[in-house]
Design a protein around this ligand. Structure first.
Ligand code: MN
Length: 189
């Protein structure tokens, strides 16, 4: 029951978020692994960074959001796995529900691991990375492209990671999320 924590936190009679109860893990099974970044106007604005892995979305809450400047290492707190269908979710989580507030899709696309381009090899490499607390991926999205790393903070004991843009042709020195010109909701592009 990999999504038990996800289901437990939510009342599906009240929220329109995907209900994973009784459903097998989802996946599109071919092509690249999916990623999504959602801008979540909850009690504290944050960005949810999610990577498809074995039919679910491994998830991190990133208070300051992803950054294209390699100098800015942003905290990413690992949270419960989300169902695969969550990659398409946007809308309003009603008041009184967990995470109440608006959710927009800030970026979506595909990713693979640093050394393996195909889905099976990438999943193996990312799984190993999760265990050792260091994941390196290549992203192909509207906003996020190229190499990113997620590095677990070993001293913090909890689920604190850093999300870091690696220095490549997609890195942008001085980039700030608030001055980004693209519309917030990439589905409208
Ligand atoms: Mn969130």
């Amino acid at each position: 029951m990999p999504l038990k924590d996800y289901d437990k936190k939510r009342d599906f009679s009240s929220t329109s978020e995907p209900d994973s109860r009784g459903k097998p893990p989802g996946t599109k099974k071919e092509g690249g692994l999916a990623f999504v970044v959602q801008k979540h106007y909850a009690s504290h604005l944050h960005y949810d960074f999610r990577l498809e892995l074995e039919g679910v979305l491994k998830s991190w809450a990133v208070p300051k959001g992803p950054n294209l400047d390699p100098a800015n290492k942003h905290l990413a707190v690992m949270v419960e796995d989300h169902p695969f269908d969550y990659k398409d979710f946007s809308g309003i989580i009603p008041e009184g529900n967990y995470g109440a507030g608006k959710v927009e899709i800030w970026d979506k696309g595909t990713y693979h691991s640093l050394n393996e381009e195909d889905r099976v090899g990438s999943e193996e490499e990312v799984k190993a990375g999760l265990e050792k607390g260091h994941i390196t991926i290549i992203m192909k999205g509207s906003r996020l492209n190229g190499e990113f790393a997620l590095i677990k903070l070993k001293k913090s004991r909890g689920n604190n990671w850093l999300l870091i843009k690696k220095n490549d042709e997609y890195a942008v020195r001085g980039w700030k999320i608030d001055s980004d010109k693209k519309p917030d909701d990439v589905k409208k592009n």
